[in-house]
Design a protein. Structure first.
Length: 201
């Protein structure tokens, strides 16, 4: 992580701890890239809020955190999205809000307020087994104990997202389970922004 990203992550964790908000966990694309020795392009933080919160309440929490970050890191741009607005994909079903912090030198931290209650449940909700990994106290933890031998899709996805995950598997030098990649590749009229994003869990 870059120094600014380290400082932002520390600030977010401290802010959450003071308000008894679940501990943010580094997961998904960042943890995967660390596991395979690839330089991460951003930091993915997941906050497992649980399913029983009202969307508006979580949006208020997200805005409060965004305000804190804007004050603490004036050199950064801080953006908040609520489930990508009119997105029709399953991103809405899994994420309350997305908070993005952009630094002046390419630094980026993405914070996802997740509807799942535990980090294990968050990892189970991922669309590809290569992303079912997180960093706990600096240690890589895979959902099923070890890195997968094959890259496997776990749910129907837009063909562009499938293409992106195929590229990820190639970057990680992991063999592709072609059966799942063919099975779950679907064509949609409208593209979910999540289909194009690497930070989506």
């Amino acid at each position: 992580m870059k120094q600014l990203e380290i400082a932002v992550v520390a600030c977010i964790r401290e802010w959450c701890a003071l308000r008894e908000i679940p501990t943010p966990v580094i997961a998904g694309g960042y943890a995967r890239n660390v596991a395979y020795g690839i330089a991460p392009s951003d930091v993915d933080l997941v906050i497992p809020m649980g399913p029983d919160n009202e969307d508006g309440a979580v949006f208020h929490i997200t805005e409060a955190l965004a305000h804190e970050l804007r004050v603490a890191f004036t050199m950064c741009r801080v953006d908040v999205a609520q489930a990508y607005g009119d997105s029709q994909g399953d991103f809405n079903e899994r994420i309350y809000t997305l908070l993005q912090i952009h630094g002046p030198n390419g630094e980026e931290v993405d914070v996802m307020f997740h509807r799942e209650k535990t980090i294990r449940a968050v990892l189970r909700s991922h669309d590809c087994n290569l992303n079912q990994v997180c960093l706990l106290e600096g240690n890589l933890v895979w959902l099923y104990g070890e890195a997968p031998e094959y890259a496997r899709l776990l749910k129907p996805l837009h063909e562009l997202r499938v293409k992106r995950l195929r590229e990820v598997a190639q970057q990680c030098n992991v063999r592709i389970d072609e059966e799942s990649f063919h099975k779950y590749a679907i064509v949609k009229r409208e593209i979910d922004p999540a289909d194009l994003a690497d930070h989506i869990p």
